[in-house]
Write a protein that binds this ligand. Sequence first.
Ligand SMILES: NC(=O)c1ccc[n+]([C@@H]2O[C@H](COP(=O)([O-])OP(=O)(O)OC[C@H]3O[C@@H](n4cnc5c(N)ncnc54)[C@H](O)[C@@H]3O)[C@@H](O)[C@H]2O)c1
Length: 307
Amino acid sequence: MTGAAGFVGSHLVDRLAADGHRVSGIDDLSTGRLANLADARRTKRLSFHRFDVTSTDLVELVARDAPDVVCHLAAQMDVRMSVADPLRDTRTNVLGTVNVLDACVRAGVPRVVFASSGGTVYGDPDRLPVSERAALHPTSPYGAAKVAGEIYLDAYRRLHGLQGVSLRLGNVYGPRQNPHGEAGVIAIFARTLLAGKTARIFGDGSSSRDYVHVEDVVDAFLRCLGGKGDGRRFNIGSGVPTTVRELHALVARAVGVVDAPEFAPVRPGELQAIALDSGAARRSLGWEPSWALADGVAQTVAWVRTH
Ligand SMILES: NC(=O)c1ccc[n+]([C@@H]2O[C@H](COP(=O)([O-])OP(=O)(O)OC[C@H]3O[C@@H](n4cnc5c(N)ncnc54)[C@H](O)[C@@H]3O)[C@@H](O)[C@H]2O)c1
């Protein structure tokens, strides 16, 4: 697995190790943390390697381990950073993906499950919830790199027979989440309100996102490991748009403070609304989200409180 020490990756490692699988995890620890892997390391089922995803070390490791499947989650995941430094974003998010796919072909790995992004590949779609058939209109280098990754995966299937699935994740939230990620606003609101400060909403609070709990995302990855959904792209989200204003109210309730954010001018480049139709994942993978947002927010706030 790449990106093993990150937010989503470490939860996937935990679950795979708990299910008795042996996992080779690579991560350059640029945003990931070894602390996220503390539980998995105790199980002795994880071997961890601090590599860059674009390195030849990764190619050699995949050749040596010849895994049954590679879950590719390593990414520069800060959308704003991708706008500020597109070349750096491309290096990790495009070249890194190509390196992973190439390593898999050389080692005869049959299958890759790729963490794509439902929140950024569609842009601002005309109809919500958006299905996988909608046109792709990314509005950032980050979103463009996710589209590129999906297309490379398709090309490698045709060219080399490498199988795989792209999971277009919604805004993933839960314990260990990073304030810079696509669902970072939950961590930011939680930290601010727990510190007794007032949280700031950019714009009027009406912009909305599709929040999906990290354990539901892990469940989607697990369903694809054996070949279900090969060659496909699946939205993985709740289907429900939640506005920033609603989210603030949920976090305030979980923290136990009054729901009174302050408002600042809208930031350029922000999407107005996204919600993902995950009907295809339900029909083909049997996947459905199981976490209610209010419960997941309460769990995340409890985690932020103790960390
Ligand atoms: N969190 C979300 O809301 C969300 C939504 C859609 C898609 N995704 C995707 O899911 C994946 C995991 O995201 P996350 O939220 O866990 O973010 P994260 O930053 O916690 O995890 C990404 C991991 O990749 C590692 N990494 C970054 N650059 C690397 C490099 N050059 N070489 C090796 N490792 C490198 C980081 O150290 C980090 O541990 C990413 O591909 C992200 O784009 C996340």
